[in-house]
Design a protein around this ligand. Structure first.
Ligand SMILES: Nc1nc2[nH]cc(C(=O)O)c2c(=O)[nH]1
Ligand code: SF4
Ligand SMILES: [Mg+2]
Length: 251
């Protein structure tokens, strides 16, 4: 059984376009797994980890209507067979496993991925990961792309938890990995430069993305972020699904 994020009593498995990063614009099926090993301040999928009774601060705490999530109500447990049936509703070969942090459940994902690839070797399997967990060899063999989003100080996650040197080395040396940084303000640049120098990550593998869940905020941050990308030859990535569909789930 895999723990999938629950949206209106249904699993959050949906067909959209990849809204961020290297594969932006490509039609893709998203499988949103619940659970995360971090607790980013601005996380836009906090319904996968910010459970009632925990004391992690969140950007939305200032909103009087914001409440932490009931864990049981936020998760739906599905068998591999049920997940395959959801995926097969759509005529698409690009699968994006996201979360939360999907590698928290990597052992349980193995047999699902193996069955999918056996049914159709054309499936392209992408992970959206925070880069703190090293994929096990069996999972690595079934994966086509890692979109690694290392967390910066702006996440308010403790340094020792968000940057795991062995895991970063694994992804830095893996040709299937690219690096997507969530940038909140221009001062985040120093940290990004320090990380990519330390782990010898080429600039053309780096994507800088504005932090925000509202089109107006993204547009404002675009202005200076694009100039930083031009200056350092990083890739700029927007959050296309938000610009197209707005701040919603399942898009
Ligand atoms: N369309 C779309 N693209 C995405 N790329 C990464 C996403 C994520 O939440 O991990 C995401 C998402 O939630 N929707
Ligand atoms: S790692 Fe991703 S899912 Fe986990 S708290 Fe941070 S932004 Fe949210
Ligand atoms: Mg998202």
């Amino acid at each position: 059984m895999l723990q999938i994020a629950q949206l209106d009593k249904k699993p959050e498995i949906f067909y959209s376009i990849q809204g961020e990063g290297k594969s932006i614009g490509k039609p893709s099926i998203f499988i949103r797994l619940s659970l995360c090993n971090l607790y980013c301040f601005w996380c836009d999928t906090d319904y996968t980890w910010n459970w009632e009774g925990t004391n992690y601060p969140h950007l939305n705490d200032k909103n009087p209507n914001y409440q932490k999530f009931n864990k049981a109500d936020s998760i739906i447990k599905l068998t591999e067979k049920q997940i395959i049936a959801e995926i097969q509703k759509y005529n698409c070969h690009r699968l994006i496993f996201t979360g939360g942090e999907p590698l928290v459940q990597q052992k349980k994902l193995l047999s699902l991925l193996a069955q999918l690839k056996k049914q159709n070797p054309q499936y392209h399997i992408e992970f959206e990961t925070n880069g703190t967990i090293i994929p096990i060899p069996e999972l690595e063999a079934l994966t086509n792309q890692y979109n690694v989003s290392l967390k910066l100080e702006n996440s308010k996650v403790r340094l020792q938890e968000r940057l795991k040197p062995k895991a970063i080395h694994f992804f830095a040396q893996n040709d299937k990995a690219n690096f997507k940084f969530v940038v909140d303000s221009p001062k985040d640049l120093d940290e990004i430069l320090e990380i990519i120098q330390k782990y010898a990550i080429f600039h053309d593998k780096v994507y800088l993305m504005p932090q925000g869940t509202k089109p107006a905020i993204l547009r404002k941050k675009q202005q200076w972020l694009v100039e930083i990308c031009k200056q350092y030859q990083f890739n700029y990535t927007d959050r296309l699904h938000i610009l197209i569909y707005g701040d919603k789930r399942g898009i």
